[in-house]
Each structure stands twice: as C-alpha cells, then as structure tokens.
Design a protein around this ligand. Structure first.
Ligand code: APR
Length: 242
C-alpha cells in the first residue's frame, strides 16, 4: 500500500453486535421480532405512526446506552493514523462510530436525528418521538425518524460511488450482503482495482466477491486488521492490507 491510498470501509449491524445492539437477520434479530412491513417502510409509518415511532424510540434509547467496542475504536484509529483518506460508509443508524471518534457516512440515516416530512428540516431527535412531535422549523406535526426506510433512496450515494471508484482497499465489516445497493459496493470497488476484504462472524451472501475473508468477531478481527495496515505502513502491499 502507498501513503496516498484511499481505504473505504462499509459497516453493518455486526460491528455493533458486541456493543449489545441487535443485528437484523441473525437468530433473534430485529426482523425476527418485527415485520419490516410493519415498522420500516413509508407505508407502515402512514398506517401506524405510533408503532413506528415506538420501534425507533426503543432503538434510539438502546443505541444511546451502548458503548463503542474495540472494532469501532480501531476504525477511528485507522482514520486518525493512516496518511491516506479513510472513508467509513455505514448502514448502521447508531452513533457508535462517532462516539469512538470516527466520522461516517450514514447511508441509512441516524437514530439521533429527526426529519420533517413537510419542510425537510433535520434536527436532533428527542429520545421519545411521537406523532405529536412538531417540527421546530415549520411547527407542523410532521416529524419522522431520519431513517431511510425500505423503498426510499439511501443517502450520500453520489459521494459513496465516487469513493468506490478510486479506493485502493475496500473492506466490509459485519454485514450480511443481503441489502442493495450496499451489497454491490464490493464489485464496484473491485472493478476500480481495489483489494477487497470481508470481516464477518461467518461467510456472507457476497463472500465469494472478496479477495480475502477474515472470519471472527469484529471486536477481535478489526483491530488485528488495522494493526496490520498501520504496522505494514506504506511499505508495499504486504502486511496488514486485506
Ligand atoms: N462480528 C462480526 N460480524 C458479526 C458479528 C460480530 N460480532 N455478529 C454478527 N455479525 C454479522 C452476521 O454474520 C451478519 O452477516 O453481521 C451481519 C449482520 O447482518 P444483518 O443483520 O443483515 O445486518 P446488515 O447487513 O447491517 O443489514 C443491512 O438491512 O434491514 C436493513 O437497514 C437495515 O442497515 C440494515 C441493512
């Protein structure tokens, strides 16, 4: 690897599992407890805003009580210490990357933010949002969680595509590779010539698209991967890269 090399990292729910936050598709995950069509679509919100607000208020409270784990901390260290750009694209809506000291592009939104469906204003969400929550900008009763629901366009896609087109390393951590467009990022990065590495507790739907797959809990595998990159430094492509 060279000092100017850009590293793009996609994270999913698995990176926050060791912080105590439920994933979606593991045994007992969120989609085993709730039907997506009841809590994570615009139609669900129109049909039963109380239920949807209750679902996200519960997750907002859980996320606020969780702590970053060694995987989040290691990625923040990589962003700080790697001489090239390190871009974290997260499907997660918790704030654990930021609380570990990193920056991240939240392509599925953030639990900590509210969005006004009437005027588009965004603000820090109260812990408990209800259908009576009003927008501080337009005063209308039109607040919703600032979450990208199924059927809606993920955020930051132009910026993400640009990063995928010129990264030297693409890593995916703790994601099952079952939801698009994130599941296709590895192929876009590979087409641009990036080395690709997947870190997961088990092989995913898209493992075969990666050059390297590292199996194990993110809290152990990610710090080892970051150590390898930072100790190998910029001396060629040996050492910690993928
Ligand atoms: N360390 C590493 N990986 C883990 C760990 C762990 N401790 N625990 C679980 N995993 C892995 C699982 O093996 C699985 O591959 O994390 C992945 C979690 O997959 P999902 O639950 O499908 O979560 P994710 O891939 O982030 O889902 C993507 O789907 O429902 C939508 O919007 C939601 O952002 C979410 C998107």
């Amino acid at each position: 690897m060279q000092p100017e090399d850009k590293i793009v990292i996609l994270t999913g729910a698995g990176i926050s599992a060791e912080s105590g936050l439920a994933t979606f598709r593991d045994d007992g995950g969120l989609w085993a407890q709730h039907r997506i069509e009841d809590v994570a679509t615009p139609e669900a919100f129109a049909r039963d805003p109380v239920l949807v607000h209750r679902f996200y208020s519960m997750r907002r409270t859980q996320a606020a009580a969780a702590e970053p784990n060694p995987a989040h901390v290691a990625l923040a260290r990589l962003q700080r210490d790697w001489p090239g750009e390190v871009v974290i694209v997260t499907q997660n809506v918790d704030g654990l990357h930021e609380r570990a000291g990193a920056t991240a592009l939240h392509m599925h939104g953030e639990l900590s933010r509210a969005l006004c469906a009437a005027c588009g204003h965004r603000w820090d969400a109260p812990s408990e949002m209800t259908p009576e929550t009003t927008c501080p900008a337009c005063a209308q009763v039109s607040a919703r969680p600032d979450i990208v629901w199924f059927g809606e366009m993920p955020y930051h896609m132009d910026e993400i595509e640009a990063h995928l087109a010129d990264c030297a390393v693409f890593a995916a951590i703790g994601t099952s590779g079952q939801v698009w467009p994130a599941a296709g990022f590895v192929r876009e990065a590979a087409r641009a010539g990036a080395e690709t590495v997947e870190m997961n507790l088990e092989r995913s739907e898209v493992s075969r698209a990666f050059d390297t797959v590292r199996i194990g809990p993110a809290g152990r595998v990610v710090p080892a991967w970051v150590d390898g990159i930072l100790t190998a430094g910029t001396g060629g492509t040996t050492g910690g890269a993928p």
